[in-house]
Design a protein around this ligand. Structure first.
Ligand SMILES: C[S@@+](CC[C@H](N)C(=O)[O-])C[C@H]1O[C@@H](n2cnc3c(N)ncnc32)[C@H](O)[C@@H]1O
Length: 150
């Protein structure tokens, strides 16, 4: 999932739905000391656990990905990494989230979505000019990683 990220540079990453922090910890291990990671998670307990990591490069925000547009009016990201189960969200909710992601990404930024189905492909193609798919083969069941560019 993180293969598409250039960790050699100073970068800013927004992670949506980090959950227990499996991906979060990998990102924190890889980013440069002047890079930053913002985690946006709905679940209070997960937020508290993530905050316990006490990493100076990490900011944890409890909130909904539907509010990205409002939350990050003055901040933009090189990468948005999402483990959100988009395929089971209502259409209006997905649209809200993807609208927010598009406006929060830098021009050369990438949206990286982890998913267990191909159901979101067409939706992502409406928002991004380029949508590449790769298989996270080590995952059981196999998962798809969409890498999307504006
Ligand atoms: C499938 S889990 C992702 C787990 C994590 N990426 C991992 O690899 O361990 C989805 C997470 O998204 C969070 N979530 C669901 N809806 C959300 C929303 N609207 N905004 C932010 N987080 C949300 C859930 O609380 C859950 O932690």
């Amino acid at each position: 999932m993180l293969k598409q990220i250039d960790f050699s540079k100073k970068i800013s990453i927004l992670e949506l739905g980090p959950g227990t922090g499996v991906v979060t910890k990998q990102i924190l291990d890889k980013i440069t000391s002047d890079s930053n990671l913002v985690c946006l998670e709905l679940n209070e307990q997960f937020c508290n656990d993530l905050a316990e990591l006490k990493d100076k490069n990490l900011e944890v925000i409890q909130g909904s990905a539907e509010d990205i547009g409002d939350l990050f009016k003055t901040q933009s990201f090189d990468y948005v990494v999402s483990g959100l189960p988009l395929a089971i969200f209502k259409k209006a909710c997905v649209n809200e989230i993807l609208d927010g992601c598009v406006s929060s990404l830098k021009e050369e930024g990438k949206y990286i979505q982890f998913q267990y189905s191909l159901a979101s492909k067409k939706t992502l193609q409406r928002y991004f000019s380029k949508v590449d798919l790769s298989l996270a083969a080590v995952n059981l069941p196999p998962a798809v990683v969409y890498t999307c560019s504006l």
